[in-house]
Design a protein around this ligand. Sequence first.
Ligand SMILES: [Fe+2]
Ligand SMILES: [Fe+2]
Length: 330
Amino acid sequence: MDKSINFFSNVPIKTVGDSTLNVIRAVIEMRKYSTRQLVRDNLKNMGTLPAIVKQLIEVLNNPWSSSKDLAKVISVDPVLTSRLLRLVNSAYYGFVTEIEDLQHAISLAGVNTIRSFAFCMTIFDSFFEIEKRHAFNKEKFWIHCLGVGTAAKYIAQGMRLDNPTNYFMAGLLHDIGKIFQYQFMVRDFYTVVNKAQAYKVSYFTAEKSVMDMPHTEIGRMALEEWQLPEFLRKAAMYHHEGSPDKKFPDIADIILISDNLCKSGAIGFGGDNIISGLYKPLKEKYKITDKHVEDISAKVKEEVEKFSEVINGAGTGGAGGAKQPVQGRT
Ligand SMILES: [Fe+2]
Ligand SMILES: [Fe+2]
């Protein structure tokens, strides 16, 4: 981590006694506790979530839900319905005949895919209105999340893993904690974004010196609060550190690789362009070559471009405002 933004960088640690250090530790713990409480209280206050998100979560949590159930929930929101129909009728899917019926659209595109899109569209719309002129804005962040999800899906397919759609969804939701940081602590959020740019460190590194809780943990808490599956929570929690356990041995690793693949290909912008020190060893671990990265990157760019035309009425803007990636630590 960059020493210039380290915790208590102005405190001459060697000159303070144990009691002072204990006080500092106690203050840190108290701040962590109050942030955790703040996040928990806000997440519990589901009244701030649009009703449709709550219903989507219910459908998502029910293994028996069908395309009919999903269509029923989505059709209450005409804007969302028309966006999803535009998506299914777009070049993104490339179906030959026009699809006018939502339930038909869902059965063609797949329940999992449509509910992931519906879920993310609604969450992004409700919470994330970062100014367009800011380098880290809603559109570029959308493209980042979509790019990571799409890359993860291709990697999972390449590795012949079960349910590549699950990896897609984990990628879409991996940085959801940032949305809540923006929602609950907007001043700190902008401080992190600006610090990451000024000191050329990752968002994940910069937030350690500003926030008491990283976006990874907030994301995990949000997904837990909504009772979303454990593999999604693991991806949100460990996508900067790599997979921690044998139960889900690859999900966080694959999201980490996809995240950095998007940074290196300048696909969208998730708050920084710093390439993780874990990217190279993890690529080697999963036998992902530079040629694979190149091919996946090209496919992701193509898909994201098509998608973004439907959603925003605009392309990715090439780099999505991103500058050249920088090799660095997490
Ligand atoms: Fe992240
Ligand atoms: Fe990310």
